[in-house]
Design a protein around this ligand. Structure first.
Ligand code: ADP
Ligand code: MG
Length: 340
């Protein structure tokens, strides 16, 4: 028995559970981490299945590169990643993940079965509360399937803190919508208790994804905005002033394929409308921003939704001006900016 005043290293599973507190806040965070792994594996199709708002089952099936059987246990170790290798890689991260925390965190607070194959032999591993309980050969179809069951069964405090199933499900649905908007080139589906909530074509058409999420009527009131400057590019769709919402949550920013939260850039979108929005009304917008990865620091927060951008004011200016110009043109020649 270790005395309370003795300093000792925590057992790995306990350390993983503590880390899980940051990475896996709720079922939607599990969905985010698993889908991001699928995106990083160059998948073209990602199917998410949910039962009972993720507490009974979260399943993510991808057709990506898979993990070699000899490496599958390493993937569940903390700080184990294939995405960066040395310090300078931190400053040119192109993948969504790189911290090597998701799989050990998720598996420490649930039961996980992962089936994966690089296209040769396949393997299936099962973890319960962070411990490997089974490993066997599996089918060789290229891709990865992860099933998470009994989430938070061993962390009752976390379980109690969750909202109602409807709220948790809507957070999952928002998360998948954002991931789909960030990657129109990937075909996404989300099915909850047998009901399909989202399906995108994967044809790379952002407007199609917007249609699948917000409906065709909304899409007919969106206009294309596009601008570039040196190695900075922005492209997206924003609503005409006649279509607004009472919250800023419909302004989506995607930086190098990563959905981000950024107040100054959200403000820049609103600024682009000048006096055309009524007080308390906000547009629907999706803006894809592409910059040199060296200019952004994604290693600020475990969930990586907050990032530091070195030339943020320049990006804001470009966004606001592009929207301002589009709206001015729209007043002159209606429909001139439609892209389809
Ligand atoms: P990170 O994504 O930060 O590297 P994770 O714990 O999420 O850390 O995953 C660990 C490693 O497992 C990844 O670096 C990747 O090599 C592998 N991996 C996880 N999920 C998948 C997947 N769906 N397809 C292929 N490889 C995966
Ligand atoms: Mg990851």
């Amino acid at each position: 028995m270790i005395g309370l005043n003795k300093i000792h290293e925590l057992p790995p599973i306990l350390a993983d559970q503590i880390a899980a507190g940051e990475v896996v806040e709720r079922p939607a965070s599990v969905v985010k981490e698993l889908v991001e792994n699928a995106i990083d594996a160059d998948s073209t199709e990602i199917d998410v299945t949910i039962e009972d708002a993720g507490l009974k089952l979260i399943r993510v099936v991808d057709d990506g590169n898979g993990i070699d059987p000899s490496q599958v246990q390493t993937a569940f170790l903390r700080h184990a990643t294939s995405k960066i290798a040395e310090q300078r890689d931190l400053f040119r991260v192109r993948t969504l993940g790189f911290r090597g925390e998701a799989l050990p965190s998720i598996s420490s607070v649930s039961n996980v079965v992962m089936k994966t194959s690089t296209g040769k032999t396949g393997v299936e591993v099962s973890y319960k509360g962070g411990k490997l309980v089974d490993q066997k050969a599996a089918e060789a179809r290229k891709g990865t399937t992860v099933e998470v069951r009994s989430l938070f069964y061993n962390t009752p405090a976390r379980l109690k803190y969750l909202s109602s199933p409807n709220t948790e499900l809507s957070k999952i649905s928002d998360m998948v919508n954002r991931l789909a908007l960030s990657h129109p080139e990937i075909a996404f589906s989300l099915v909850s208790n047998g009901r399909e909530l989202l399906r995108t074509s994967g044809r790379g058409d952002l407007l199609q994804v917007l249609g699948a999420i917000y409906g065709v009527k909304t899409v007919s009131k969106l206009a294309l905005v596009k601008a570039s400057e040196l190695d900075l590019k922005i492209k997206g769709y924003v609503s005409l002033p006649e279509l607004t919402r009472s919250s800023r949550n419909y302004i989506s920013l995607i930086l190098n394929g990563r959905f981000i939260r950024n107040y100054p850039l959200t403000r820049a979108v609103i600024e682009g409308y000048g006096s055309k929005l009524m007080i308390g009304r906000f547009p629907i917008a999706v803006i894809q921003i592409d910059v040199d990865p060296a200019l952004i620091d994604v290693n600020v927060h475990p969930t990586k939704q907050e990032v530091r951008i070195s030339d943020e004011p320049a990006i804001g200016k470009l966004i606001a001006e592009a929207i301002r110009e589009m709206l001015a043109q729209k007043q002159l020649i209606p429909d001139a900016t439609r892209d389809f």
